[in-house]
Design a protein around this ligand. Structure first.
Ligand SMILES: [Zn+2]
Length: 270
């Protein structure tokens, strides 16, 4: 079964898309390479990465959800914000991961034996402001807690590119026991906004993988609307949870044409 394909985005950045449509990013410096996220762990992403670069590769996980940390066990050096370790333990449950694979038509036939077992070895901690030098490429880590407590956005400085990942996107999920409430999430986004002059390009890990810079302002606006009870407050079902969309959508597209939305549970609307 073929699990991966890739797109060259620049001289130093490659997007790797796994079966099912989640992507991660490989950043290649003069000395080493960094894999930003590892997908869901369907097939061996390390073997695939080795076909793309001959530099030594280490991993930074943006957060601990199953569709970002699935291949982490394949690599020696793995970094994560340690505040996400409780999330890692929950999402690392192999039964849960396999059930997630079976939920999606493209991945439901993946044999269990092709799923990479969850990483058990310790990971190294990262925190806000950490900078990784790959050799003429630097990755700066920005903490954007909300979706998860340890959620981080990597800023690839020389590329003027930031990976928003699940931190800020077309349907930011704020509902489980590890997510922030909207007002705390808004504080994170306001900090993220202070980096706006450092990037021109926003990439994400799902959907179209790309957003215009207006995305951040649109999601900030959603926060304000939720907090003042002025959002569209559209009921939506997500994995059997009863959530609300801040803005009305037709599938993932807002009907007002803007991009950026929040799906939240009622207890987070404060
Ligand atoms: Zn996530």
């Amino acid at each position: 079964m073929k699990y991966f394909k890739s797109e060259i985005l620049s001289e130093r950045v490659i997007r790797i898309i796994e079966l099912g449509g989640v992507c991660c990013y490989l950043v290649i410096g003069d000395k080493k390479a960094c894999l930003l996220d590892t997908g869901s762990g369907y097939g061996n992403i390390k073997e695939y990465v080795d076909t793309l670069t001959d530099k030594p590769v280490f991993v930074i996980l943006s957060h601990a959800h199953y569709d970002h940390m699935g291949g982490a066990a394949l690599f020696e050096d793995v970094y994560i914000n340690l505040e996400d370790l409780p999330v890692f333990r929950k999402h690392g449950d192999m039964t849960t991961r396999y059930e997630e694979a079976q939920r999606i038509p493209e991945t439901k036939t993946i044999p269990y034996s092709d799923m990479i077992p969850t990483r058990m070895k310790p990971m190294k901690g990262i925190k806000n402001g950490d900078i990784f030098d790959l050799g003429n490429v630097h990755i700066q880590m920005i903490s954007v807690s909300g979706h998860t407590p340890g959620m981080m956005c990597p800023l690839i400085q020389e590329e003027r590119t930031i990976i928003f990942g699940d931190a800020c996107g077309v349907s930011v999920l704020l509902f489980d026991e590890y997510s922030s409430c909207v007002s705390e999430y808004l504080k994170s986004l306001e900090v993220l906004k202070t980096y706006e002059n450092d990037y021109d390009t926003i990439y994400r890990n799902h959907g179209t993988f790309f957003s215009e810079k207006s995305l951040l302002d649109n999601v900030i606006e959603c926060c304000h609307l939720i907090l003042t009870n002025q959002d569209d407050h559209i009921p939506v079902e997500f994995h059997h949870y009863h959530l609300y969309a801040a803005k009305e959508t037709n599938e993932f597209h807002r009907i007002d044409g803007k991009e950026g939305n929040i799906l939240y549970s009622l207890d987070k609307a404060k």
